[in-house]
Design a protein around this ligand. Structure first.
Ligand SMILES: [Zn+2]
Ligand SMILES: [Zn+2]
Length: 124
């Protein structure tokens, strides 16, 4: 993958943000206003395939976050969209299955959905 100036800008932005961001959010925060939404989407898609970013889907919107070596996943409340970090324990499980099937893993993705305690109360 070629690391163009635009790609680097998006990656830098994701690297310094705590919360996962949608393509729209990324676009508004980019210092370069020459990029359009489809460029941002295409770039994020490339990053995802390369394993540089992970994504979680919420109400038809994908939220992207950077894949660190010591990475984590998210648990998202479907009511208020609050996000909680989850430590990843998937790697060694996936490695076992991959070995059985001679599968070469590039990266993985996981999101847990549900309702936080506040939203459970408001659903009663
Ligand atoms: Zn909630
Ligand atoms: Zn993981």
């Amino acid at each position: 993958m070629r690391m163009t100036k635009q790609r680097k800008m998006i990656l830098d932005l994701l690297a310094k943000t705590e919360q996962p961001k949608s393509a729209e959010m990324i676009l508004t925060e980019l210092p370069d206003h020459t990029m359009n939404l489809s460029t941002v989407y295409r770039t994020l898609d490339t990053f995802f395939i390369q394993g540089l970013v992970s994504k979680s889907n919420m109400k038809n919107t994908a939220y992207y976050y950077i894949n660190k070596k010591d990475h984590h996943h998210y648990m998202i409340c479907l009511g208020c969209q609050k996000m909680y970090e989850i430590d990843c324990h998937l790697d060694h499980i996936a490695d076992q299955v991959a070995k059985e099937h001679h599968f070469k893993i590039t990266h993985h993705d996981m999101t847990v959905y549900g309702y936080c305690s506040d939203c459970q109360l408001s659903q009663l």
